[in-house]
Design a protein around this ligand. Structure first.
Ligand code: FAD
Ligand code: DHB
Length: 390
């Protein structure tokens, strides 16, 4: 088999890249390790920057999003029971779209499955070959049969534990990493959201986030120790803890119900540089991870896919400048998002044994609540306005 671009991983980065390349007339094949049902069942991010919505629209997969998504002009930031609204629309002229990653994946899969054979699920033992020369290829196993896919380029879109980045010699790659000493316990429930907009709450018991997927579906998170197991968090304990961490008036309105999904996610910051190794290009979580507080992970993955699709399209028209500068351009945006996600996590979470840090958090919250400049900085970063970055 032969294709122009072999894409490893069928998450948002891989699927969006595949769809954008398809629209440019560039042949590509996506190799995904898991089943379609598994990929579509993973509950992850929910907040889209305007730039991501624009990309999905350009990719021709925005029809359901236009019908079902919620549009938010701001968020509530609560600190030890006091709440302030950050009015994105007034501060930046734009807002964010609330639409689940699972729905985006479904929409993209729907578009891509029309191209029969171009989307291979349950591809086992994917291996990358010769990407430092002119004839790269990828091998994989499906139903016990080994296949070889010759290609011009390989796009590594296989997330943080994928095979693509792991195939690069250690000496060619530089890793920047910072651990976060706690996790997020997330719950999805078929209940109406507690508020019309998201609530990010700092509390001495730990961070809490009230988000949503629709007017009847809520997504809530609480900061928890990384050592906690799901068994330690029956629904009743989760709702009780959430209620204690958000402002009283919100807690009084909270409608609880059985969880339909519950998981604990570790938090970390991670960047691999560069994002290109000859004919292998990394995109999305394969190259970088941010703590979820700023809702940037999915948005960065989509931005990489957009930049890479445009660079491949230019290459096939005879212009390699996009591919040559891909890594440098993406890393500018990545580091802006890494900085914001780190800062926002540090502002809103509880850190053990750090009374000095707790006072700094309080001062910072006061500043955001009273200074338009400080609130604008938060708002610009949240909606994804990164001047000077690609
Ligand atoms: P992924 O979505 O990870 O897709 C990679 C794909 O590659 C997967 O489908 C995987 O099965 C496949 N793959 C892996 N290895 C191989 C292989 N060897 N061969 C073939 N295929 C392979 N972001 C937010 O903004 N907000 C959130 O609330 C949020 N919550 C998250 C919760 C969890 C548990 C996780 C893990 C991430 C969360 N994120 C969140 C981050 C966001 O979901 C990711 O940034 C986004 O999914 C990145 O998309 P991606 O396509 O780069 O990677
Ligand atoms: C969601 C997740 C986030 O990390 C975030 O900052 C906002 C919303 C969500 O899953 O809805």
């Amino acid at each position: 088999m032969r294709t122009q671009v072999a894409i490893i991983g069928g998450g948002p980065a891989g699927l969006l890249l595949s769809q954008l390349l398809h629209l440019e007339g560039i042949d590509n094949v996506v190799l995904e390790r898991r089943s379609r049902a598994y990929v579509e069942g993973r509950i992850r991010a929910g907040v889209l920057e305007p730039g991501t919505v624009e990309l999905l629209t350009r990719a021709g997969v925005a029809e359901r999003m236009r019908r079902e998504a919620l549009y938010h002009d701001g968020i509530h930031l609560a600190f030890d029971g006091r709440s302030t609204r950050i009015d994105f629309k007034a501060l930046t002229g734009t807002g964010v779209t609330v639409y689940g990653q699972t729905s985006i994946t479904e929409d993209l899969n729907e578009a891509r499955t029309a191209a029969i054979g171009k989307l291979v699920f349950e591809a086992e033992d994917v291996a990358l070959h010769d990407f430092n020369g002119p004839h790269p290829s990828v091998t994989y196993r499906r139903d016990g049969v080994t296949h070889e896919l010759a290609c011009d380029f390989i796009a590594g879109c296989d997330g943080s534990h994928g095979v693509s980045r792991a195939s690069v010699p250690e000496r060619a790659i530089r890793i920047f990493e910072r651990e976060v000493p706690f996790g997020w316990l997330g719950v999805l429930s078929e209940t109406p959201p507690v508020a019309d907009e998201l609530i990010y709450a700092h509390h001495e018991r730990g961070f809490a986030l009230c988000s949503m997927r629709s007017k009847t579906r809520s997504r809530y998170y609480v900061q928890c120790p990384l050592t906690d197991s799901l068994e330690a968090w029956p629904d009743a304990r989760f709702w009780d803890e959430l209620k204690r961490r958000i402002p009283k008036e919100d807690g009084a309105r909270l409608i609880t119900g059985p969880s339909v999904e519950k998981s604990i996610a570790p938090l970390r910051s991670f960047v691999a540089e560069p994002m290109q190794f000859e004919r292998l290009f990394l995109a999305g979580d394969a190259a970088h991870i941010v703590p979820p507080t700023g809702a940037k992970g999915l948005n960065l993955a989509c931005a990489d896919a957009g930049a890479l699709a445009a660079a491949f399209a230019a290459h096939y028209r005879g212009d390699d400048s996009g591919l040559d500068t891909y890594s440098e351009r993406c890393l500018k945006r990545v580091w802006r998002a890494v900085r914001f996600s780190w800062w926002y996590t540090a502002l809103t979470h509880r850190f053990d044994d750090d009374p000095f840090g707790a006072r700094l958090q309080q001062a910072e919250f006061e500043m955001i609540a009273t200074s338009r400049a400080a609130a604008t900085t938060l708002a610009e970063n949240y909606v994804g306005i990164f001047p000077g970055a690609a």
